[in-house]
Design a protein around this ligand. Sequence first.
Ligand code: ADP
Ligand code: MG
Length: 669
Amino acid sequence: MTDIRLLKTTEKRYQILESMNINSLEDIVMHYPYRYDIIEETYPTLEDDKIIIEATIISPAKVFFKGRMSRMSFTVEDHHLQQYQVTIFNRHFLRQHLKMSAVITIIGKCKNDKITASDIKIKPINELVGIHPIYSIKEGMTQKSFVQYVKKALTLLKGNIDSYVPEEYIMKHQLIHKESALYNIHFPETQEDIKQALRYLKYEEFLKFQLTMQFIKRQRHQEVGIAKIFDLKQFQSFILALPFQLTKDQQTAIKEIVEDLQSPQMMYRFLQGDVGSGKTVVSSVALYANYLAGYQGALMAPTEILAAQHYATLSSFFKDTDVKIALLTGSLSVKNKESLYQQIASGEIDIIVGTHALFQKKVNYANLGFVITDEQHRFGVEQRKALKNKGNQVDFLIMSATPIPRTLAISMYGDMDVSTIKTMPTGRIPVITKYIKSSSMKPILKALKDYLQSGGQCYVICPLVEESDAIEAKSASQIATAMKSYFKDSYQVGLLHGQMKDDEKEAVMQSFQKNDLQILVSTTVVEVGVDVKNANMMVIYNAERFGMSQLHQLRGRIGRGDQQAYCYLMSSSTSKEAIERLKYLEKSHDGFEISTYDLQLRGPGEVLGNRQSGLPTFLVADVLKDFNILTIARDDAIKLIDDYDHQKGYQQFISRIQENLKENNEYVD
Ligand code: ADP
Ligand code: MG
């Protein structure tokens, strides 16, 4: 990094630059324009009534003050002798330049013969023609001086700009060089210059990211793991004894996972599939293989409720085997915990299901060989690392119910292998989903009553409140109270929210499961909740506040038996986009399709959550729009990492990646 003081500007300006996150000359040149003003020789009327026009001043400028604000007006005439009344705010200091008969250029909006100017240049248009970069800057900085800083930084850095793209690849993809790319992104002469600059910069961004990913992957593969050997016959008969036949995708996923277990390399795999596609079964089978090989396995869930459900599911799958399985959560009594710790440490317990309690300091495993985490983006990297470090060369599987297109997954989670379950088990009836334009239950009360009358149970999901669990809990309580007073004694209403204690939640969930409660009013804590086969109606308040994948996951809670299920998406939003998204869910029942659509609408950061998912943010590149470049960069990175092994430049290359890794330590696992 090159010292920013070489700019030789004022202390105040250094401070402003710092507040813009600019701390070196490199940072300056990487602060790209966010748009360009393009001024052409002809005076086009641009879209919306925007105008750029050259004209002659024909009346002296008048200034009116109101406090510190000012408004200045004058009249001009263009080359067609058309006259305009020009108004501009807070630029009274320009008045001294607005002499009669001066030819100026006005940029602004025009309505009839009135222009509200956003800028005035005291120059004829031909002196302005060109492409002008516009930067996002903080108060106290001007566009003009920032441009000067960029120019100076580029000059000072000339010949010393580090590129990640080897010459060979510049040639192969017919890219311009980095110095030209940087110069052209700031000071393009033509639109083509911008295009070529972006081609280079996007490619380099992706390449750098992929080199890092592939480097991590390779390092991991070089670490010697354990080749797990187990009795295939016993393994097969476990699968045959399952209460149903596995789908083709489940079989493929199991094959991929088992091959990882058997190989001496450590598994680092991402298993994705829609809610209800049968991931839990796959993880049970995999845990069984690991057990047969003589190792302990751990399955980590993000909530107690889900951990308890996994525990129940696994217990039923393993009931005719010798597998000893235990549930470890924070709410166990101290005494029970102590004795469980003992059994885990002695190896008496084979499979441990639990929450983050699984990786507490006190938990020591006899020989942990396999860790599975469910709903990966809820766990921090640190937590996963802690659990992995509980064993030696532990195989690692992450399950996610926010599926994304496989190609995208491979490129984004470049350091992981990906297994995908796309098809659902047969016999599932899609949930009938309806968008209801309403902020209250009124329009669907009759449907709800009829449904309850027929013996069914219903989830009522409360508005999502990003800022605060407490507000969310409050709105849930209010809705629950209203429903209680409405239904009086005819139906029982339960309440579930994130502010409740774990055992309270557990108790409510159990009552719902037992049909002691017919209506469960809940915040999204139910999102990854339990299977209640008799609950086949769901009402979601303020549905527009949820992400599409989240809504899809929520409705995955119902329709888990053989009954027709109904999901009502209530929203009083008038936003066209919001309504479109909700209507899309009426039509589509495919989690991959839904996440792809949502990704296109809102971008990967919004859909997957940037930090949690370890998803990188890119300066100029866009994972979806520039997907082709991402794929090419990935292939190139794999090849580069392979090639460099045999070449002298390898050391330097690696140290650069390692440096990069330190900067972005969130990808490191
Ligand atoms: P996920 O974990 O992906 O949400 P689960 O493993 O919980 O899905 O499966 C959802 C439901 O489908 C469970 O009740 C499970 O027993 C059932 N199931 C899973 N695989 C199959 C299959 N191949 N055929 C029939 N039912 C299945
Ligand atoms: Mg699941």
